[in-house]
Each structure stands twice: as C-alpha cells, then as structure tokens.
Write a protein that binds this ligand. Structure first.
Ligand SMILES: Cc1cc2nc3c(=O)[nH]c(=O)nc-3n(C[C@H](O)[C@H](O)[C@H](O)COP(=O)(O)OP(=O)(O)OC[C@H]3O[C@@H](n4cnc5c(N)ncnc54)[C@H](O)[C@@H]3O)c2cc1C
Length: 290
C-alpha cells in the first residue's frame, strides 16, 4: 500500500501554511495523519501536495479566555483527555478524547483533524456539537468563526473552504450547576462508535432544567441534536421519569441505516439506553453528586 507521489511542505508559521494552501493545487493539510495517511495509502485520497502543520508553533494549547476554553487545532486527543481544565469544566470532552481508538492514535490525532475529517462515527464531532463549540477557521486574508451547528454538512464534508485551516476550537464554559457526559458503544476495544451520545445539562436549585443538549453520533451523516428530547427537558423537573421520557424521545423519529457495525433496530435501542445513562451522569455532575 503506497500513496501516489506528492509534494511535501513543512511550514513554520500559519501564514506560510495558508499561503502554500492558496497557491498549491489539490493540496491537503497534514495534522496527526491518522486518517489522511490511511486514505492516501489506500489511494482513496491522492493530494498533489501535503502541507504539514506539525512544525507550526503555538497551534497546540488549551487556554481559558473570555468565558470559553480555547483549544488549538493541533492539540492531540491525549492532551485533551489529560487536561485538568477540560476534565473539570467540560468533562464530556475529556471522556470522548480518552475513548478515541488507542494510545498510539490518541498521541498523534488532533482535534482540528478530527473535526475537519468529519467521520460520522468519530467521537469529537459529537461531543463538540453538544458543547456548542465554535470553529475558528483562518485563510490567507481572513478568519471566521463558524458555529458547530453549521460546520458539518454531510459524511466527511464540512463548511471549511479549501483555502482554510482550522486554527482554534472555542468551547463556551457552561454556567454553574452544569454537567456533561459522553458515552460510546463499540463492537470491540479501540473501535469507532456504533452509536455515541453526548449530553450537557444545566439545572437550577429547584431541579428545573435550564438548558439541555442531547447529541447523537453514528446514526446519521453528521452529529444530530435529538430536538424532540431536548424540548421535553426544557424547564422540566429533572427526575427519573423525565430523563427516561427524553431518552425514549431521542430514539423516536430516527432512521439510522443498518451497517457492518449494527442493525438499525439495535442502534435505536442503544440510543435510548445511552441517552438515559448520559443524562443521569450529566445531572449528577451538575448537582455535584457524581
Ligand atoms: C486505527 C484508528 C482508529 C481510530 N479510531 C477512532 C475512534 O475510535 N474515534 C475517533 O473519533 N477517531 C478515530 N480515529 C481517527 C483519529 O481520531 C484521527 O486522529 C482523526 O480523525 C484525524 O485527526 P488527524 O489529526 O490525524 O488528521 P489528519 O489525518 O492529518 O487529517 C484528516 C483530515 O483533516 C484535514 N485537516 C487536519 N487538520 C486540519 C486543520 N487544522 N484544518 C483544516 N483541515 C485539517 C486533513 O487535510 C484531512 O483531510 C482512528 C484512527 C485510526 C488510525
């Protein structure tokens, strides 16, 4: 398995990378290489040029600023999983990063690469959608902030233009009394999700829901908000029967396809079971009891 020949560039600044990207035809950004190199070896991708961004300083960081946690695009999955800031403020993101593949992949794979690749079974797109992240995309003369709800367009397709590089992912810090969780069901160790669920809840002192996101992975071309279930939660009393009703609603109206991982029917069963568990965990974290 050998890729087709390609030109290789290793810029040291983001501007240099952006300028190469705008000048070279059929060029691709190389981050962790965990998806792109495999595709190239299988000849499912044959870029004429690779722009390796690994040598760019200050593209891997996790910082708190202006009410959000800002994560550099080149931050590795393992760094997310180990970050104290992420674990304390948005635990679902650390949880999702810690169950991506195996340690080797987590040491190389990046958050920017995972979002740009937009695999429907991937972990970080689902959790970043539940956390209402924004994507900062840079091009040579411009930069723009894209809401994650506008970012994923289809299987392996995003709103990124060919001349853009993901620079940063911004995750709003949830209000006090919030909790999030990420659960993934796989066929075996280190596999992509059959189904995954990311939830985030905010609860007031009377146990009323002040905000709730339920996002499903592996059941559609892109991460999917379970809208009916989310509206059931809104202003509702967060007790066991409401969480169960929301979990049931999350599976209703879905039409996942049967594939090599599971039948459609089994996926629906997983959606309900994982949603209920993820909501229970989020609620416990919001109240400080889990
Ligand atoms: C064996 C194996 C198992 C895996 N299992 C899982 C799993 O369980 N869950 C999961 O979520 N993922 C899994 N992955 C995928 C892994 O998470 C990858 O790291 C991720 O999909 C891509 O990140 P990367 O940094 O390696 O990107 P690359 O492979 O370098 O790039 C992927 C794509 O994104 C583009 N790109 C990369 N960075 C940027 C950027 N900053 N701006 C614009 N475009 C960019 C590239 O041009 C390319 O098109 C697995 C991979 C392997 C090899």
């Amino acid at each position: 398995l050998r890729p087709r020949p390609f030109e290789y560039y290793a810029p040291h600044t983001l501007n240099e990378a952006l300028s190469l990207l705008s000048l070279r035809e059929e060029a691709k950004v190389l981050a962790g290489g965990q998806s792109l190199i495999t595709l190239m070896k299988l000849r499912l991708a044959a870029p004429k040029a690779l722009i390796d961004i690994n040598g760019i300083a200050d593209l891997a960081y996790i910082r708190e600023a202006n009410g959000s946690i800002n994560v550099g695009a080149l931050t590795r999955h393992d760094q997310l999983a180990e970050s104290r800031l992420i674990r304390e403020r948005v635990s679902a993101l650390a949880e999702a990063a810690s169950v991506v593949a195996d340690q080797q992949v987590r040491n190389r794979g990046t958050i920017g690469g995972s979002l740009a690749h937009a695999d429907p079974g991937a972990d970080l797109p689902t959790v970043c959608t539940a956390l209402d992240a924004r994507i900062l995309a840079a091009s040579l003369n411009d930069s723009r902030s894209i809401s994650i709800s506008d970012f994923f367009l289809d299987y392996f397709r995003t709103a990124l233009r060919e001349d853009e590089i993901v620079k940063e992912i911004q995750i709003p810090i949830p209000p006090p009394r919030s909790g999030s969780a990420y659960l993934k069901f796989t066929r075996g160790h280190n596999d992509f999700a059959v189904v995954s669920v990311a939830t985030q809840l905010t609860v007031d002192a009377d146990n009323l829901c002040q905000g709730g996101n339920i996002v499903l992975g592996g059941v559609a071309a892109t991460p999917l908000h379970a809208k009916q279930a989310e509206s059931l939660l809104r202003n509702g009393k967060l007790e066991a029967n409401l969480l169960s009703a929301a979990a049931e609603a999350a599976a209703k109206g879905l039409s996942p396809t049967s594939d090599i991982r599971a039948s459609a029917e089994y996926k629906l069963h997983l959606v309900e079971a994982l949603t209920r568990r993820a909501l229970e965990t989020s609620l416990g974290r919001a109240k400080g009891t889990a």
